[in-house]
Design a protein around this ligand. Structure first.
Ligand code: R1P
Ligand code: URA
Length: 298
């Protein structure tokens, strides 16, 4: 049967004897003997229907410290997943490590065990002079500067945020009275060359990239959103992204150490409040396929 697609998964018969039944692991959807996904180390029941994603495991722990109850903690490689509840809503936070390739693994493996809404609570560099360090950028979509997503869809395929997720993040930032912007993100496959940083000894091949993106109205640069949006759209999952601004590229400024935790707490608060808003949208929607403004929040 070709490469095993459409088969019964990762169990089979080896050795030609019906009596000698042994587990055979598929090389396509790889699970551990305990039935957990190979990289994220999570199995069915470990992850809540709402998952906050970030690169940094320390931010995931900071987020989980706000949960009322922690039920599951899984750590494998750079992936750290903590599941608990917040205001009575089951929630997970997952650190994926940095980059679109890590995000691909997270989204694909999560989708094997649940149908989550995925909200990235990241950090970014602002490309526009008027977007201050410490503020929040909510993504409407993302320019696919990375090529992880290109192994699934052609180059013209748009990486767009789910409208409910984007609206919930905007509502959250507004409810929390945080300075925020809404716009296009660009997702780079690196922090230095791919974001046109001028580092001695490592000149970027396209030194004008940041200014070029700014000129066409892109708000911010980070390293995960377009892979998240593309794969979520492909699989029919809701995904959104809010980032705390750590750099302002036109001003050549990076966030002070003393201000970083406050900015992280802000983006965590936006993610958690957005989940509350999404729960209210889902309640108002009932069995309708999607939420509309006329339904309000319940
Ligand atoms: C680079 O410093 C990292 O920070 C941003 C980038 O996307 C990249 O992962 O996001 P996180 O703060 O979520 O890791
Ligand atoms: N994360 C990025 O990817 N770029 C920045 O400039 C800041 C945070």
């Amino acid at each position: 049967m070709g490469k095993g697609r459409g088969g019964t998964g990762d169990r089979g018969i080896t050795g030609g004897s019906m009596k000698r039944r042994r587990a055979v692991r598929s090389a396509e959807v790889v699970r551990t003997s305990a039935g957990r996904q190979y990289h994220i180390g999570c199995g069915r029941g470990d992850v809540a229907p709402f998952v906050l994603l970030c690169g940094d495991p320390a931010r995931a722990r900071r987020c989980a410290s706000k949960f009322q109850r922690v039920r599951v903690e899984r750590a494998n490689r750079e992936y750290l997943t903590i599941t608990g509840s917040w205001k009575g809503i089951p929630v997970s936070v997952m650190a994926t490590g940095m980059g679109p390739d890590n995000t691909e693994i997270a989204v694909v493996e999560l989708a094997q065990i649940c149908e989550p809404t995925l909200l990235r609570i990241g950090s970014c560099g602002a490309l526009q002079k008027g977007i201050p360090i410490g503020s929040i950028v909510v993504s409407s979509g993302a320019v696919r500067l990375e090529n992880t997503s290109t192994w699934f869809v052609p180059e013209g395929y748009p990486a767009v945020a789910d409208p409910e997720a984007a609206l919930a993040l905007l509502q959250a930032a507004s409810d929390l009275k945080l300075e925020h912007s809404f716009g296009l993100t660009a997702t780079a496959p690196g922090f230095y060359g791919a974001q046109a940083r001028d580092v001695p000894g490592f000149p970027p091949r396209v030194p004008t990239l940041d200014a070029d993106l700014a000129r066409i109205g892109v708000a911010n640069l980070e390293m995960e959103a377009s892979a998240l949006f593309t794969l979520a759209t492909l699989r029919g999952l809701r995904a959104g992204c809010a980032c705390a601004v750590f750099a302002n590229r036109p001003a050549n400024r990076f966030i002070e150490e003393k201000d970083k935790h406050r900015a992280e707490d802000d983006v965590i608060a936006v993610g958690l409040r957005a989940i509350e808003v999404l729960v209210a949208m889902d309640r108002a929607r009932g069995k309708r396929p999607r939420w509309l403004p006329e339904l309000g929040l319940k």
